[in-house]
Design a protein around this ligand. Structure first.
Ligand code: ADP
Ligand code: ZN
Ligand code: ZN
Length: 713
């Protein structure tokens, strides 16, 4: 006897869907419904992915309750089905990708009434010169009432709103947001050409790569196009990297578009995420700005997707469903039949390869907007110095500060020093659980492993020889901050890294201070290098290229080129010309020469030729099978057996080889490389063999997964 069942995705890491029959006296809920189902002794929230007729069996249980019928539309379900196959992830990932956290719970979720806030007469008249955050709120509300979520997106915390409500400066009202639209600058000819080219495709799918040097006005181009689509009542989805998504960007978007933006990122509360998700789904959210997970937001009436800083590593998810937000966004646009714009000053080799293959259209902006010019570049050979702060670099800093400029120093290492070393016997403090040195931090004093998070006290003496002569080797941002404060006592030195900037608000406040234009020194990690427009910076310097020059990761030269151009691009963005310095012990390295003698696109096209010759991505498709275990042998053995399953004449199988960091968090890590000229074939082949991999003897003794288009080795 056959039975009609719903095939349900539930949040468990098993590689299959589960069958459920209809609840008593009810029909099967439609595909895309959110349901409550019994699972072992638990009850879980599930999503109905499909219907099927199966042989009746006593273990098929009925659905307990239908929560919402057809919550997820077929276009998103189709997108997920593609991801599930391509990224080889369990179908249960549908729950975390397609539902906001609040809808993953079995408890019903109560929704807060979305009240807007407006200025009162008293608020309009108040003198808040001594309360800058409140004054800022008033400025925003002068344009019209705003919803709480919108104010939060613009960086206004709920504590401030509560205080202002209590003081009668603002009041809750029930009016929708209408903002005054501000005209942007007149686009220059290149910008106009780019905007026209995008708009020409507004009725169909097209992927356009907007490659514009730093400060060339890419954002103005997206906004011009977005405005046209909004005017036709279409929604615009803008994806940005984790740390690029700042209230400054959100406010700029709102001002230009005359329309409140809905943000979607991990910094929101569960309730706020649900609210944003619902607004996107029912079309109230017209402009949505989010990080990679926003690519799966339901959209009532989509018109355009923009991926800003498309080369950024944060678009790739590193656990669970290991999807690439940019690539999924392109696929989504294709399925929706709308254009997608990928923007960057330093496009990924993946996107450049797609341009070469005719899949993406290239639009270039080759000049800085508003007449600013690119900075002068210079390499400082630091072999004769301590390699921390070169004397000539100090002189340059002094000169720029005296001329009233700001200085930005990039060092992608947090902490005081990357290594603590014994000056007598050469002992170095290493992590017990990783193949890595512990980083020395001074405030608070500790040794910390940046890979597993382990912490230790700083030993007073060398544990090997007992010597008290323990010293730092190299310098992280914390030590640089100290050195700079000592040498330039009259200017503020701001450190920008995850230790110094614990919340979004810290970073926001600092950016606001820096934008006042007073001379200062910024020293920080990649947090500092990305996308920010800091018009008073005239000197930018990169203090650590040497490691990247010798990295074993085939993507290192690409990332180095991107970092160098992004950091250089922070200098001289306004009237005053900029200068860019690279401090290195390897001034003759061919990669540096290649970087200096060409622009980014020229450099990148050379790298692309090398990747093609080596049959590496993006010329060929690469998939890794990673495995890890507390002992090396089972992890390796699993991959030896997996290699046997996967061998095929159209696929190059290499390994098992140890990961670049072979031991991390106490796990031994190995990987199998699968390379193929035929992407579809590789994906099909892995999917055909996946059941066999699950049946291998060690499959349950080791942790393992497939990573398509891996970003880390
Ligand atoms: P990108 O996104 O390429 O880094 P932005 O769009 O942020 O560049 O522009 C950099 C700066 O130049 C901004 O201050 C912006 O307002 C300004 N700008 C952009 N386009 C023009 C233009 N056509 N005329 C004058 N200024 C412009
Ligand atoms: Zn020692
Ligand atoms: Zn560690």
């Amino acid at each position: 006897m056959t039975l009609a069942v719903a095939q349900v995705a539930v949040p468990v890491p098993l590689p299959r869907l589960f069958d459920y029959s209809a609840a008593a006296d009810q029909s099967l809920p439609p595909v895309g419904s959110r349901v409550l189902v019994p699972f072992g002794s638990r009850r879980l929230v599930g999503l109905v992915m499909a219907h099927a007729d199966v042989e009746a069996a006593p273990n098929i249980k009925p659905i307990e309750r239908l929560l919402e019928p057809a919550l997820i539309d077929s276009s998103l379900l189709g997108l997920f089905a593609w991801c599930r196959r391509y990224y080889v992830c369990p179908p249960g990932e549908a729950i975390s990708l397609l539902l906001p956290g609040a809808l993953r719970r079995t408890k019903p979720f109560r929704r807060q009434a979305a009240t807007a806030l407006a200025l009162t007469e008293q608020g309009r008249a108040a003198d808040l010169s001594r309360a800058p955050r409140q004054a800022e709120t008033i400025e925003l509300l002068k344009q019209g009432p705003r919803e709480r979520a919108e104010l939060k997106a613009a960086g206004i915390g709920s504590d401030i709103l509560r205080r202002m409500l209590a003081e009668g400066l603002i009041e809750a009202v029930d009016r929708p947001t209408v903002l005054a639209e501000q005209a942007g600058p007149n686009l220059n000819p290149e910008q106009r050409q780019a905007a026209t080219a995008i708009l020409r495709q507004r009725h169909r799918f097209a992927a356009l790569l907007l490659a514009g040097i730093t400060g060339s006005g890419k954002t103005e181009v997206y906004l011009r196009v977005a405005r046209r689509l909004l005017a036709r009542d279409r929604q615009v989805l803008i994806l940005a990297p984790e740390i690029g998504l700042t209230p400054q960007l959100v406010r700029r978007i709102e001002k230009r578009l005359g329309c409140a933006a809905t943000v979607y990122h991990s910094g929101l509360s569960e309730g706020e995420r649900l609210e944003a998700w619902q607004r996107a789904r029912d079309g109230r959210a017209r402009v949505i700005v989010g990080t990679r997970s926003a690519v799966f937001l339901p959209l009532a009436n989509p018109g355009l997707i923009v991926v800003d800083e498309e080369h950024d590593g944060s678009f790739k998810q590193q656990d669970g469903a290991r999807y690439h937000g940019r690539d999924v966004a392109v696929l989504r646009a294709a399925r929706l039949g709308i254009p997608i714009v990928l923007g960057s000053a330093t496009p990924s080799l993946e996107s450049l390869n797609n341009v070469e293959a005719g899949r993406y259209q290239l639009l270039t902006l080759s000049e800085r907007a508003g007449g600013a010019s690119l900075p002068r570049w210079q390499v400082l050979d630091s072999r004769g110095s301590d390699g921390i702060l070169d004397q000539r670099l100090e002189t340059a800093i002094e000169k720029h500060l005296e001329a009233g400029g700001q200085v930005l120093l990039y060092r992608n290492r947090r902490g005081y020093a990357p290594v603590l070393i014994c000056n007598d016997c050469g002992w170095q403090a290493d992590c017990r659980r990783c193949d890595a040195h512990m980083t020395w931090h001074q405030r608070p004093a500790r040794l910390q492993c940046h890979h597993c998070g382990a912490e230790q006290r700083i030993p007073p003496r060398c544990p090997d020889c007992g010597s008290p002569r323990l010293a730092p080797l190299g310098a992280g941002t914390e030590r640089l901050e100290g050195l700079l404060t000592e040498r330039f006592p009259d200017v503020p030195v701001h450190r920008v890294d995850r230790d110094a900037m614990t919340g979004r608000a810290d970073f926001e406040n600092l950016l606001a201070t820096v934008r006042t234009g007073q001379p200062c020194i910024l020293v920080g990690t990649q947090m500092l290098a990305k996308g920010h427009h800091l018009p008073a910076v005239t000197l930018a310097a990169m203090l650590d290229v040497d490691q990247a020059l010798f990295s074993a990761d085939f993507r290192a030269p690409e990332r180095l080129g991107q970092a160098v151009h992004q950091v250089a691009g922070r200098a001289g963005r306004a009237e005053r010309p900029g200068q860019f310095l690279i401090q290195t012990r390897n001034p003759e390295h061919p990669l540096l020469a290649a970087l200096l003698n060409d622009d980014y696109l020229g450099y990148a096209s050379r790298l692309l030729v090398e990747r093609q010759a080596a049959r590496l991505p993006p010329a060929h498709t690469l998939a890794l099978i990673r495995s890890e275990a507390h002992q090396a042998e089972p992890a390796r053995q699993f991959l030896v057996a997996a290699a046997r399953c996967l061998r095929h004449k159209n696929i190059e199988v290499a390994g098992p080889i140890p990961a670049i960091m072979t031991r991390r968090s106490g796990y031994w890590r190995f990987q199998l490389w699968l390379q193929s000229a035929n992407r579809t074939f590789l994906v099909d082949h892995i999917n055909q063999q996946i059941d066999n991999l699950h049946k291998l003897p060690n499959a349950r003794r080791v942790r393992w997964h497939v990573d398509m288009d891996p970003a880390e080795l």
